[in-house]
Design a protein around this ligand. Structure first.
Ligand code: GTP
Ligand code: MG
Length: 193
């Protein structure tokens, strides 16, 4: 997969506006500010292609990117308390409608901050993906903010809490590029035949 060819396709404010899938799709979900947009930029090797912000709630729409015949879908983050209830509700509906729509969900990448225990909404997301039999992996983000030893401890702890097999969860950093090769392996595994 040549990620350097990545480009923006379209932005949608409603799941019902999105045309049917025409190719494999990889979707990124996780709480606001967890690093969804950043990990996509790292994957593409392109700093500013996907809009990133230190203010949670940067991504307010469902944004499609394409690289080498595969769609990469950046979703709004869930659960940012400082946003208005109306906004949070709109995003929850957007994410829910998207995941419930009839699409080629080749792989869902569920992002969780490595520094903290999973939030209630993180648990709900993983349970939802598991119960509905999505192909998914959990990418622990921002590993550069912890020491090696702390990373190992958090990986073990979060894996246990989320009840995931070892091969379904791994450590990443959009800063150092840690775990990006692993992510690319999973994407290739689910998107190429
Ligand atoms: P929303 O669009 O609001 O849902 O956020 P998001 O999940 O897309 O997060 P985004 O990629 O915009 O990153 C949020 C903040 O975290 C930015 O300030 C990033 O620079 C920072 N960040 C993201 N990934 C990493 C990482 O791996 N390491 C460090 N140190 N900071 C990161
Ligand atoms: Mg974003």
């Amino acid at each position: 997969i040549n990620y350097n060819l990545a480009h923006f396709v379209a932005s949608y404010g409603k799941a019902s506006q999105i045309p049917p899938s025409t190719c494999p799709e990889v979707s990124f979900v996780g709480r606001s500010n967890v690093g969804k947009s950043s990990i996509m930029n790292k994957l593409f090797g392109r700093k500013g292609l996907v809009k990133v912000s230190s203010t949670p709630g940067k991504t307010a729409n469902i944004n499609f990117f394409e690289a080498d015949g595969i769609h990469f879908v950046d979703l709004p983050g869930y659960g940012f308390a400082q946003r208005s209830k109306a906004e949070r509700d709109r995003w929850a509906v957007l994410i829910g409608d998207f995941l419930e729509s009839e699409r080629s969900f080749n792989l869902v990448v569920s992002l969780v901050d490595i520094r903290h225990d999973p939030s209630k909404l993180d648990f709900e997301m993983v349970d939802y993906l598991r119960e509905n039999e999505f192909n998914f992996v959990v990418a622990l983000t921002k590993a550069d903010k912890l020491s090696r030893a702390q990373q190992a401890r958090q990986l073990a702890s979060i894996r246990k809490q989320l009840e995931l097999p070892a091969e379904q969860i791994f450590v990443t950093s959009s800063q150092t590029g840690a775990g990006i090769d692993e992510l690319k392996r999973r994407i290739a595994e689910h998107c190429l035949d």
